[in-house]
Write a new protein. Structure first.
Length: 76
């Protein structure tokens, strides 16, 4: 790990989602992810949503909503 870089796996994708993507790209990302996850078992989807929430709260919340998770549950 280089000096001065965050020591976690979620900072870079979170920054990409928040600071690099425009609004349309964020919407497309959420739509693409939720579409790909529609057939995934619920317990697996919940674990994935938790990881996306660590990268960016908005991403985790909206992905959870698209997949039918209550807003609070997607933060667990």
């Amino acid at each position: 790990m280089r000096p001065g870089t965050p020591d976690n796996d979620y900072a870079q994708p979170g920054t990409l989602f928040r600071k690099v993507f425009c609004d349309q790209m964020r919407k497309n990302t959420i739509s693409n992810l939720s579409g790909a996850m529609k057939g995934v078992r619920r317990d697996i989807a919940e674990r994935v949503i938790k990881m996306f929430h660590k990268a960016d709260g908005e991403l985790g919340e909206k992905l959870g909503q698209e997949l039918g998770f209550p807003v609070v549950k997607s933060r667990l």
